[in-house]
Design a protein around this ligand. Structure first.
Ligand SMILES: Nc1ncnc2c1ncn2[C@@H]1O[C@H](COP(=O)(O)OP(=O)(O)OP(=O)(O)O)[C@@H](O)[C@H]1O
Length: 251
């Protein structure tokens, strides 16, 4: 996927919000997007998702299936959570939402009308609808905001799995929630310009949670599993902060 000389303004004669964005995204990329409030992160994510069109410039090579979890999930719809997810499943050609509801610990929310959800719970519904279609491009706008601890912990593994399956993941995030993942790219929007920085060091909080970097004795274990499960397994382990690599293929 490629962004070439992308600019964007909301209305004619208003200033450009995105003044220049050039970038390439490859399958398996995980990108953390930062910038001060109002810098244009959500705007850039909506452009990437195809929900807004560049004023000038082009975005090409977008994967056919896009999952977009907005920062504010629109709750003003007359559905319960289950009815909404079933509806989205039909729109997505019968995608399975139930495993995501379980993984995001949404069991207690299923009969609740969307309009009565708390902010964090509504956010989970937004994540479930973004994930259910097995997206080739997963876009998460402030995904950690308002989430409970269990879901915060599981989200990096989910992002790593999508990337290991060849998807692109991009998340605006001030909290460094994805920084424990290997090879996270870091983008920022500064004065309307998209800049790419080098990999960011894990924050102290993330480093504390990563067992592999703790100054304690380490142990290496062997795990044998079907070849086809290797990449998701490695991604899950790395997502949880462990060092994990393939040693040999047998049989
Ligand atoms: N629908 C809109 N119409 C006009 N201007 C808008 C619209 N949405 C956002 N803007 C403006 O575009 C600029 C960038 O907003 P955007 O929401 O993309 O920033 P952000 O970096 O995501 O901010 P935050 O960190 O606060 O979420 C802001 O000046 C905002 O006021």
């Amino acid at each position: 996927m490629r962004l070439s000389k992308v600019t964007f303004r909301y209305r004619r004669r208003e200033p450009l919000i995105i003044r220049s964005a050039d970038a390439r995204l490859s399958p398996g990329d995980v990108i953390e997007l930062t910038g001060v409030n109002g810098a244009g992160k959500s705007t850039l994510l909506r452009l990437l998702a195809g929900l807004a069109r560049p004023t000038t410039g082009t975005i090409s090579g977008r994967p056919p299936v896009v999952g977009f979890a907005p920062d504010r999930f629109p709750v003003g719809q007359p559905f319960t959570v289950t009815a909404y997810l079933r509806h989205m499943s039909r729109v997505r050609g019968g995608a399975r939402w139930e495993p995501w509801a379980e993984r995001l610990t949404m069991g207690h929310l299923l009969t609740v009308p969307l309009g009565e959800l708390s902010k964090g719970s509504a956010h989970k519904v937004g994540l479930a609808q973004a994930l259910m279609a097995d997206p080739g491009l997963l876009i998460l706008d402030e995904p950690f905001a308002g989430l409970d601890a269990d879901t915060r912990e599981v989200l990096p593994s989910i992002a790593a799995e999508v990337a290991a399956g060849g998807g692109i993941v991009i998340a605006s995030d001030h909290q460094g929630g994805l920084r424990a993942l290997p090879a996270v790219r870091h983008w920022s929007v500064v004065d309307g310009h998209l800049k790419e920085g080098t990999a960011v060091e894990p924050t102290a909080e993330v480093a504390d949670r990563a067992p592999a970097v703790a100054a304690v004795p380490q142990v290496t274990v062997a795990v044998t599993l079907p070849v086809g499960e290797l990449q998701p397994f490695l991604a899950r382990m790395r997502g949880e902060g462990y060092q994990a690599r393939e040693i040999e293929e047998t049989g």
